[in-house]
Write a protein that binds this ligand. Sequence first.
Ligand SMILES: Cc1cc2nc3c(=O)[nH]c(=O)nc-3n(C[C@H](O)[C@H](O)[C@H](O)COP(=O)(O)O)c2cc1C
Length: 202
Amino acid sequence: MKDILILLAHPKLEDSRINNALLEAAKTLPNVRVHDLYDMYPDFNIDVVYEQEILFGHEVVIWQHPFYWYSAPPILKQWIDLVLEYNWAYGPNAFALREKTILNALTAGGSREVYCAEGRNHYTVSEFLRPFEQTARLCGMNYLPPFSVMGANKIKGDQIRQCQEEYINLLKWLSTSEADVIAKDSCQFINDLDIVKKGGQS
Ligand SMILES: Cc1cc2nc3c(=O)[nH]c(=O)nc-3n(C[C@H](O)[C@H](O)[C@H](O)COP(=O)(O)O)c2cc1C
């Protein structure tokens, strides 16, 4: 079973409904470690060696965050800037992250409909995530389509429970080797895959 690292970037977790709900679900799985970046580094003073060590020990990495101004909260950028060092994460002598799997798991206030060429936001969520995708690629990582909870400020009750279930299905599936073969462009959101929507792995 693969070990999964959730790098959480939420500056106001105490006010969060959906990221907290997803975390609650994720924490039920023994092979998932949640690493809360704002809690650990309130001054943005990231311990690079420590971060590289825990990355090394996990085969799957998830950048979990609310969508803020079409991107992630700033500590995630700080983490990328500092932790993904030349000749460690990328460059001719960099092997540390190669072949690990990575994706964004995000929550967004906007609905699916507003994230397309004809919609209010003009671009798809995946288009907004291109810098994450290319960063992962440069490091030789296998970047998967995002897990996205859209309309996050409006959903409640059963819809939240459905998202929790999908997140657990995703995490269980990522724990297996089968998830490696999924093509990046096979779906807009990884939630759309039957294996994530309905489950299937024990
Ligand atoms: C500073 C800020 C920027 C935001 N930017 C976006 C955005 O660009 N697109 C969007 O769909 N929602 C945006 N939102 C809404 C958040 O994505 C939404 O409130 C959050 O995902 C809800 O998750 P939570 O309950 O875990 O906090 C923004 C919210 C804040 C506070």
